[in-house]
Ligand binder design. Structure first.
Ligand code: DP6
Length: 369
């Protein structure tokens, strides 16, 4: 059955071969204060703060069937994919919350707008999109309105159970995940959007993803998080993340670019410091990654243009800058940075625009193609 044959109505009352369908588009996100370390089931050791990207997203459609005897069929970019096994485990995990899950077979189609191993978290956008589909189907099943604010919280919680960072992808703009002193309603179970009061300068945030190495990840996220269980610096890392969430939020409110830059770089380097000092230790930065970091800092000092870097658990570098400096920074990338990127590759992205209402999400409903 091809995508064009999918039945377009969303109904939970159909039986037999009728598909119940939900489709969502969900962006990836990049953390500025990093989630690193877990406790219990998919709960973070420390709070994190991120923003969603505009051009890096996953589109997913979830069809429910009563026919057939395989529980989950997962097609990624049109091809039957082994990621289906991870989805199957995920569905088992959340079946305690969504009781109808075991009554259906799942046919899932998913595709990403960005290449694999590009330094963009595909599990965040994939589980974000998946969770939005499941939440919509669940709300329809129980007769609840999908525009209710609770919808986004539920989607964030379900996304978290697939991949921690995914819970931050269902909201537009910036969001925070993990219980912290700053926000009374913050939680380890789901993320919350930072919709109010963010200084307008940050709505022009740009992210140039400089691809140093597109090879497979040296350390999976789950292995990486486990390194924090026995880490010598665990307590101070947790304290640092709390402090950095507080300070960064203040910078976001006041439009303090200098403070923003110093916290963001401190977090990126701290994440890698944690990996370098864990047991076993991981050195994920490549010589070209270091070259890029040095050049970004040098450019900032010389050109007096506010640029900085963040890095996830890999060698690729996110160069963050602001809309007003776009021509200068793009010229700098072309002139000085591309030579350190694999085949000169980089991805031009930016923060996903802030919606008018806090009850609206970053994910958006997509039509049948
Ligand atoms: C370094 O969310 O990928 O990108 O919960 O095991 O799926 P799992 O981990 P994941 O970890 C992301 C780690 C990070 C930092 C961040 O996004 O906050």
């Amino acid at each position: 059955m091809g995508r064009s044959d999918i039945k377009t109505s969303i109904t939970m009352t159909g039986t037999g071969k009728h598909a119940h369908l939900s489709q969502w588009k969900c962006p990836s996100n990049i953390a500025l204060v990093k989630y690193w370390g877990k406790r219990d089931f998919q709960k973070p050791m420390n709070p994190s703060l991120s923003f969603v990207l505009q051009n890096a997203f996953t589109e997913t459609s979830v069809e429910l069937h009563k026919d057939g005897n395989r529980k989950v069929e997962y097609f990624f970019e049109g091809v039957d994919s082994p990621f289906g096994e991870r989805i199957e485990t995920y569905l088992n995990h959340i079946s305690g919350q969504i009781h109808w899950i075991n009554k259906y077979n799942f046919r899932i189609y998913s595709h990403n707008s960005f290449p694999h191993s590009a330094g963009i978290a595909s599990s965040a956008s994939s589980f974000g999109a998946m969770a939005l589909c499941l939440t919509e189907l669940d709300f329809i099943h129980s007769g609840k309105e999908t525009h209710h604010p609770e919808f986004w919280q539920k989607a964030s919680e379900l996304a978290r159970m697939g991949s921690g960072s995914a819970c931050r992808s269902v909201y537009p703009g910036f969001s925070v995940w993990g219980k912290n002193q700053l926000f009374e309603s913050s939680s380890d179970e789901f993320a919350m959007p930072l919709t109010e009061g963010v200084h307008p300068v940050f709505s022009g945030l740009r992210d140039a993803i400089l691809m140093v190495d597109s090879g497979a990840k040296k350390v999976s996220s789950s292995v990486g998080h486990r390194l924090m269980d026995e880490h010598h610096y665990q307590r101070s890392r947790i304290a640092q993340a709390h402090e950095n969430v507080n300070e960064l939020y203040l910078a976001l409110l006041t439009g303090d670019q200098e403070k923003f830059i110093s916290i963001v770089e401190n977090e990126a380097l701290s994440l890698h410091a944690m990996m370098m000092t864990s047991n076993p230790s991981f050195l994920l930065l490549k010589p070209n990654s270091l070259e890029l970091l040095n050049r970004i800092q040098h450019f900032r000092e010389k050109a007096k243009i506010p640029v900085c870097f963040t890095i996830d658990a890999g060698p690729n570098i996110h160069l963050l800058y602001f809309q007003e400096n776009e021509p200068d920074v793009k010229a700098f990338i072309e002139r000085e940075l591309l030579t350190f990127c694999e085949n000169g590759k980089w991805i031009d992205d930016r923060i996903n625009s802030l919606p008018p209402s806090p009850s609206e999400g970053g994910g958006e409903k997509i039509g049948i193609r």
